[in-house]
Design a binder for this molecule. Structure first.
Ligand code: GLY
Ligand code: MN
Ligand code: MN
Length: 472
């Protein structure tokens, strides 16, 4: 059913591109056939899940003060939607700006937590609509007590100047714990010396809000240790909850449908950007929150460029096309790659390479179970590639796995445990033959092995050729 629906949509979409005889009316009819909404998933994590994440962070950092700050939303018109910082989203559930979270931790326990949010603003509402403001609603949504949500004094101010209430909470926490101060997004501080005309040696040019805050508290307490919250937060984010898995699975399903539409419409003469347009069309028709990264629609020689994103070339007969695309749904990424023939059928050489990569992916997936490591997955893929007569160090210049979650390259460890979500993406790239094949899927590590979350994208040679030739 899903296949049929996707194929109909694919044919219908191509009408817009002028490739088929179908009319725009047909396309609209086809879209209405899709159940609406496709799935009713709650996008926001529940308040109690957010509260547990903060408690778990406290147990990891043991002692100190954690401050998470949103990055500043540009006041002027920007082409891109504001994307919250992944850690801010993960620990507060708030996606707008400004938001600040201050946690005071001692003995592995949360001694206090404060969420700072702006007050209502008529001028903000006029230009941008609603944003999350301090109050009972925000407290309930984030799993806070009402008194733990505080109004920021100066909504657009920077810590160190207008954010007095925030500084007071940090000072109080530092008094109780004596540090360290845990921050995210720490850039290198530019330290200027007195000889450059400044009063203090420790004067810094700060590029982020975190840098401003760090500079401010280093002035007050030169002995203060400042550390990145990255590894403690990343360790938690690596293990996905059922809610997170559901969002990733929906994102992967959308990417799979996008892949089907591209396969059903591919032909020589098409431009790479037309494939990208079909792909993005499916994302947004299905309620994606965006694209997890710039889509890679690479044909012929471009398929050997690992992160190619120009997408301007016209497909030629006999080309192999590599599409590495990922919808983002409810802020969660997906990351799926398929390689397919522009003319509908693989040549003998392309097929041999494709089937080798497919077997390499199957070998890595078979090795995926609790306790396995990225190295073992890599080695399993390399062995298949070597046994097929290729030199892995020449034809496969990248690792085969990474964690996936709020970010397409999510934080996480080498060792794999249940609840982790990773990709497996071996490839073979042979420039002399213009053959670039990568096959990428998303896997959840389970108690006994793994489960593929991106099964909606066709994968065997037969499935791919059937879809690529169906409209010819
Ligand atoms: N699409 C980026 C990656 O596969 O890592
Ligand atoms: Mn990937
Ligand atoms: Mn990818």
């Amino acid at each position: 059913m899903l296949l049929l629906r996707s194929i109909l949509l694919g044919v219908a979409l191509s009408s817009v591109l002028g490739a088929q005889a179908a009319s725009a009316t047909t396309r609209a009819t086809r879209l209405l056939e899709r159940p609406f909404p496709a799935k009713t998933l709650t996008l926001a994590a529940a308040g109690n899940e957010l509260a547990s994440r903060r408690e778990a962070l406290a147990s990891r950092i043991v002692r100190g003060v954690v401050v998470l700050l949103s990055h500043e939303k540009p006041a002027d018109v920007s082409l891109m939607r504001y994307r919250p910082d992944s850690n801010v989203h993960y620990f507060t559930g708030v996606d707008s700006d400004p938001v600040a979270l201050v946690l005071t931790v001692a003995d592995g326990q949360l001694k206090s937590q404060r969420l700072f949010l702006p007050p209502e603003s008529a001028s903000y509402a006029l230009w941008n609509g609603k944003r999350v403001v301090a109050g009972a609603e925000a407290a309930a949504a984030g799993g806070f007590k009402p008194e733990e949500v505080i109004t920021l004094a100066a909504p657009r101010g920077r810590p160190g100047t207008g954010w007095g209430v925030l500084e007071a909470a940090v000072s109080e926490g530092l008094k109780l714990t004596d540090g360290p101060l845990f921050l995210d997004n720490l850039g290198p501080l530019t330290q200027r010396t007195a000889t450059e005309g400044t009063k203090a040696a420790l004067e810094v040019r700060a590029s982020t809000r975190e840098d401003s805050l760090r500079a401010h508290f280093r002035m007050l307490r030169p002995e203060l240790k400042v550390q990145s919250v990255g590894s403690a937060a990343g360790g938690l984010r690596a293990i996905k909850s059922a809610h997170e898995i559901a969002l990733i699975e929906e994102a992967a399903d959308i990417s799979g449908e996008a892949m089907r539409v591209m396969l059903a419409n591919v032909r020589p003469g098409l431009y790479e950007f037309e494939l990208m347009g079909m792909c993005l069309g499916v994302y947004f028709e299905r309620g994606a929150s965006g694209t997890a990264y710039a889509p890679i629609c690479a044909s012929g020689p471009n398929a050997c460029v690992l992160h190619y994103d120009e997408n301007r070339r016209q497909l030629e007969a006999g080309d192999l096309v590599l599409c590495d695309v990922g919808a983002e749904y409810g802020r969660y990424a997906s990351d799926v790659t398929r390689s397919f023939p522009a003319s509908g059928r693989f040549t003998a050489e392309q097929k041999h390479v494709y089937e080798t990569v497919l077997a390499a992916q199957a070998a890595s997936a078979a090795a995926l179970k609790p306790g396995a490591s990225f190295n073992e997955l890599n080695n399993a893929a390399m062995k298949v590639i070597k046994d097929a007569g290729f030199n892995p160090s020449r034809v496969l210049p990248h690792g085969v796995s990474h964690h996936l979650g709020l970010d397409v390259h999510d934080p996480g460890s080498q060792k794999l445990v249940p609840g982790m979500v990773i990709t497996i993406e071996p490839g073979i790239y042979i420039r002399e033959s213009n053959i670039g094949v990568r096959i990428e899927d998303i896997y959840l590590v389970t108690e006994t092995g793994s489960r593929c979350l991106s099964g909606n994208a066709p994968k065997t040679v037969d499935e791919i050729e059937a879809l690529c030739t169906m409209a010819r």
